[in-house]
Design a protein around this ligand. Structure first.
Ligand code: SF4
Length: 205
């Protein structure tokens, strides 16, 4: 909560990260205001900041978020020079509800009625088959389980081999998708989320 009573366009909220998309935002994608290259998928089990608990927690189900700019968390649509949103008229639900001086409205929608990849990928999209294979073979929860086993048993070569295989499968499926469907890195991050080894890095300790 701050002492503000109206938006002074300081940009803090947009620089903290892009919004998670909800069912009400689906039309923004269908109408072309937001494309796959603007999005990133947070897969089930991936650690992410939970505004309700105010801490980093594994997400209980898959989320689709507006991506960050470059290597920062700042929303891809935030124009720093103009201190404005490139899609202001068509900004997602969370952005419309967020007022930093009173977060009560946004808190009512957090984690409710959110979009997953399957809600916005056309069922005839040829990449979908690889997305499903990837989720089945290289789930985040599988990797998290292996990491926690490795932490408990220091010298567990079996789990280490399994983890390395999982990381390699993740890379192989992405490489195949990028080569077959000429995906840009931005679009790859929507279809497959972040590479497993990157997600797991902070957890390896
Ligand atoms: S979509 Fe626009 S309003 Fe929402 S976080 Fe990004 S820049 Fe800010």
């Amino acid at each position: 909560m701050t002492s503000k009573t109206h938006c002074i366009r300081c940009g803090t909220c947009c620089q903290k990260g892009g919004p998670t998309l909800h069912n009400k935002d689906k039309k923004l994608i269908l109408e072309g205001h937001i494309g796959y290259h603007h999005l990133i998928t947070i897969r089930k089990g991936e650690p992410a900041f939970n505004p309700l608990s105010n801490q980093l927690e594994p997400v209980l189900h898959e989320l689709v978020k507006v991506a960050g700019k470059g290597k920062t968390w700042a929303c891809i649509f935030y124009d720093e020079k103009k201190a404005s949103c490139d899609i202001y008229k068509h900004r997602p639900l969370e952005c419309r509800l967020l007022t930093c001086w009173d977060t009560s409205k946004i808190l009512t929608v957090i984690a409710k009625d959110t979009l997953a990849r399957a809600d916005i990928i056309n069922p005839t999209d040829p990449v979908l088959k690889l997305v499903k294979t990837h989720e089945k073979k290289c789930s985040v929860t599988k990797a998290v389980t292996l990491i926690s086993t490795l932490k408990k048993k220091n010298d567990d070569s079996n789990s280490l081999t399994k983890l390395k295989t999982l990381f390699q499968q993740d890379i192989d499926i992405r490489t195949k998708a990028v080569s077959e469907f000429k995906l840009s890195l931005a679009v790859e991050l929507f279809y497959f989320g972040r590479p497993l080894f990157k997600i797991m890095n902070p957890l390896r300790g």
